[in-house]
Design a protein around this ligand. Structure first.
Ligand SMILES: Cc1cc2nc3c(=O)[nH]c(=O)nc-3n(C[C@H](O)[C@H](O)[C@H](O)COP(=O)(O)OP(=O)(O)OC[C@H]3O[C@@H](n4cnc5c(N)ncnc54)[C@H](O)[C@@H]3O)c2cc1C
Length: 409
């Protein structure tokens, strides 16, 4: 089948697909049968990506180590990291293609947990101390923007303040829902440094080592990982960090965060949804052919066929738009509105499609021994996390009304 991908990327995609099928899928039953308990090490990567996904199982350290080694040896691990940082340089398109394949198993093949917003923003010292170890997976990070009063409007409502004191900054405030915060080695945290300017030059990004005196955590229980908290409050009480811990320029922290969200986080929501749905559709087709009621497999019923075709349509449409937008981002085009559309569709279509898959499986779809129920929660969360569907519609509506987008084809 023609994929329209460059040959090198197509080959890498096939390698990842085989690795996921041969190495990750066979581990799923064991993984799901052993949910992690509060305070327990699940043995796997402990990064923001895993925390957002909701860790729902455990594997032995050796098994995770094997997956990690395969990913590194095949070049998958850093394939999307820019070449100047030692990666494969496959860009945003490479990243979404890889990410889709990785999401075809609930046991996620480890890939570099690199904090993309650090590229081009670090000092040489920050690159050595944080960025390079993070690219290799030796350090994990968390991203702290949301607060109790500031979710959909972080720029306007952020309360966490950083005040200059000699060569240091002193930070006070509370962050909320921060994925992977408690186990991260460092936290990329936004704080208001100029209350007049706020998101227009008054918010700064700090690299905060974890632990740093004055910082405490409280767990938040979320349904995507019910047995062990992955999200936390971070309370900052006179947390003191030197000027050398500012990422990029003072006042430019909001822009740094948005750039990352637009170019990576939102596009990756598209590939996450298509990856999960492609695997789930495989499973539903197989199931519907062998599940018999009233003397015939349920696959013979139009009610089931229409659900299968609805999911198929969502996958194909979302995939091609995600890849096209990623390719345009790699060409340096402004894809802010398209990224919002992808994030919106990943959440809304992802959720409606996994709901159909669950319906096809009947009661089996609700058991926690299969990935479907876990994917259901995750794709429901996709309508909220990373900016709600309403906020992304707001971004699209603004662009439509001010005439900055074209839809004439
Ligand atoms: C599991 C999980 C993981 C998360 N991980 C992180 C993380 O690692 N780092 C981080 O910083 N944050 C994280 N978040 C926070 C997440 O980004 C926010 O929850 C999300 O942006 C929504 O903000 P909110 O919850 O404050 O909703 P609110 O802003 O309170 O919105 C409530 C409702 O009002 C609607 N609404 C708000 N404003 C408008 C408007 N102008 N027009 C129409 N409708 C509107 C919203 O769409 C929503 O339906 C995480 C959240 C969860 C649940």
């Amino acid at each position: 089948m023609q994929t329209g991908l460059p040959p090198e990327l197509d080959a890498l995609k096939n390698t990842i697909r085989q690795v996921v099928k041969d190495e990750c899928v066979p581990l799923e039953a064991h993984y799901l049968a052993n949910p992690p308990m509060e305070g327990q090490d699940d043995g796997g990567p402990r990064g923001i990506a895993q925390a957002v996904m909701g860790i729902v199982g455990t594997l032995d350290k050796e098994k995770w180590g094997r997956l990690n080694n395969i990913s590194k040896q095949t070049g998958i691990y850093t394939s999307f990291v820019p070449e100047e940082y030692g990666g494969g340089g496959m860009g945003a398109l490479g990243h979404v293609v890889l990410d889709e394949e990785v999401h075809k198993s609930i046991v996620q093949l480890p890939t570099s947990p690199v904090p993309m917003m650090m590229f081009g923003a670090c000092t040489p010292e920050q690159e050595q101390r944080y960025l390079h170890p993070a690219i290799q997976g030796d350090l994990q990070y968390a991203f702290a923007q949301t607060e109790p009063e500031a979710g959909s409007d972080p720029g306007g409502m952020m309360q966490t303040r950083a005040v200059k004191d000699g060569d240091d900054w002193v930070i006070n405030g509370t962050k909320m829902f921060i994925s992977g915060a408690a186990t991260a080695d460092f936290i990329l945290l936004q704080a208001v440094t100029d209350p007049e300017l706020r998101q227009r030059g008054g918010i700064t990004m700090f690299i905060i080592d974890n632990p740093t005196p004055g910082m405490t955590f409280d767990p938040i229980r979320i349904w995507t990982s019910p047995t062990r908290s992955q999200q936390h409050f971070i309370h900052l009480d006179n947390v003191r960090v030197p000027q050398t811990q500012v990422l990029g320029e003072v006042g430019q922290g909001f822009t740094l965060g948005q750039k990352w969200l637009v170019h990576h986080d939102r596009l990756l929501r598209g590939s996450m949804a298509t990856g999960i749905l492609s695997r789930a559709l495989d499973m539903a087709i197989e199931w519907s052919k062998q599940r018999v009621t009233y003397g015939r497999p349920i696959a013979d019923r139009q009610a089931i066929q229409w659900m299968l075709t609805d999911v198929y349509t969502d996958i194909m449409t979302l995939r091609s738009f995600t890849r096209e937008t990623a390719a345009r981002a790699d060409n340096g085009e402004d894809v802010r509105v398209e990224s919002s559309m992808i994030k919106y569709c990943a959440g809304e279509w992802g959720w409606r499609s996994i709901d159909k898959i669950m319906q096809i499986f009947g009661g089996m779809g609700e058991t926690l021994d299969m990935p479907i129920a876990h994917w259901y929660l995750l794709l429901r969360h996709a309508r909220i996390g990373g900016g709600t569907s309403e906020i992304h519609k707001f971004v699209m509506a603004r662009a439509l009304l001010n005439g900055s987008v074209s839809y004439q084809g």
